[in-house]
Design a binder for this molecule. Structure first.
Ligand code: ZN
Length: 295
């Protein structure tokens, strides 16, 4: 979450999809602020975790998906892959593992899924080097199969770039490109089938490093269409959407690196009040688990 500036694409355009999750406020420091009602919580939260240096994805995501301060544990911010000290924590405490344990005593919770579809090449490379990103490692640790390209045609997965156009280009697979609206409707439908769904978008990080405002606006425009339609399609009496980030980047294209900025956090839907006290990446998974344990 950054200050308004020509280098911040969130302050340069009106994003109606993003703003649907913040009562119409822009996603900038000046406007976003803190808000909490029975159906919606949004605020800026800390991604620095009391550790010096710029936040990185390995430790940031490990913290986000476990509730353990993995930056502190590693003694530094580390990424993009998980630090060696994060791996045992992920294995025992990642959100998919916690969800699975909870579902053993409460079948009504349903199954958890990671929606992103991975090309064969990614999986082969990761297997060969035994080097997995935080989210894919979380799945492996919890015994959750990674969605593959074939799952897209069945409507059971999302391309990381939502439409599948980018995934088609990098993977060389035959993928039917869909609109962001269709991706959103698919997600809303899958929310009726599963208990916990995770979708990860890394393009905002990629274009943030490239410092190209046109590309950044293109990525945000695509996400904005998706979010707008998702907000229209979801049944919030049965679903809660959480949106956040492991670190800042795209909100300040004046720097090639990640930023020290706080990150946005949104919880919208029936369980939103459980997230009112979230103040850093560390609090997100514990708040999810607390929310689902409450009758
Ligand atoms: Zn990055």
């Amino acid at each position: 979450m950054g200050n308004s500036s020509p280098q911040n694409p969130f302050s340069q355009s009106e994003w109606k999809g993003f703003n649907a999750f913040s009562n119409g406020r822009r996603w900038t420091n000046a406007e976003f602020g803190d808000f909490a009602s029975d159906e919606l919580v949004f605020k800026s939260i800390d991604a620095s975790l009391g550790v010096e240096g710029l936040p990185q994805s390995g430790t940031g995501q490990s913290t986000l998906f476990t509730g353990v301060n993995c930056s502190e544990l590693a003694g530094r911010h580390y990424g993009p892959y998980p630090h060696s000290s994060s791996k045992p924590v992920l294995k025992d405490q990642n959100i998919f593992v916690q969800w699975k344990k909870e579902a053993q005593t409460n079948a009504s919770l349903g199954r958890s899924v990671f929606l992103n579809a991975f090309p064969n090449r990614f999986v082969k490379q990761a297997e060969l080097k035994n080097r997995w990103s935080v989210t894919t490692r979380c799945c492996l640790d919890a015994g959750i199969p990674l969605r593959r390209i074939e799952s897209l045609a069945k409507g059971e997965a999302l391309a990381a770039d939502l439409t599948g156009l980018g995934l088609k280009q990098v993977s060389g697979s035959s993928i039917s490109v869909i609109t962001e609206e269709k991706a959103a409707n698919r997600t809303a439908h899958l929310c009726t089938k599963y208990g916990f769904l995770l979708y990860e978008n890394f393009l905002t990080d990629k274009v943030g490093h490239e410092q190209d405002i046109r590309k950044a606006e293109k990525v945000l425009a695509s996400l904005d269409r998706f979010l707008f339609q998702l907000n229209e399609s979801l049944d919030y009496s049965k679903t809660t959407v959480i949106i956040t980030s492991d670190h800042g980047n795209i909100e300040d294209l004046g720097t090639k690196s990640h930023t020290m900025n706080p990150v946005p956090f949104v919880a919208k839907g029936v369980l939103a009040p459980h997230f009112a006290k979230v103040s850093s990446l560390m609090d997100v998974t514990p708040a999810i688990m607390e929310a689902i344990r409450t009758p």
